[in-house]
Design a protein around this ligand. Structure first.
Ligand SMILES: [Zn+2]
Length: 49
């Protein structure tokens, strides 16, 4: 499980995150979002750290 976090997969598309950005989701969890999914994260009101 820990290895999955170290690989920094995008929480939105599930693929290896390129240019990952950390967001806090609505459950107050830290999530990694790749640059392609940033617009979706913004739309879901994820907070940028
Ligand atoms: Zn993504």
């Amino acid at each position: 499980m820990l290895n999955l976090f170290k690989k920094k997969k995008c929480a939105m598309c599930g693929q290896k995150a390129a240019k990952p950005t950390e967001y806090i989701n609505d459950r107050e969890e830290k999530v990694i979002i790749c640059y392609k999914c940033v617009p979706y994260a913004e739309r879901r009101a994820f907070r940028r750290r």
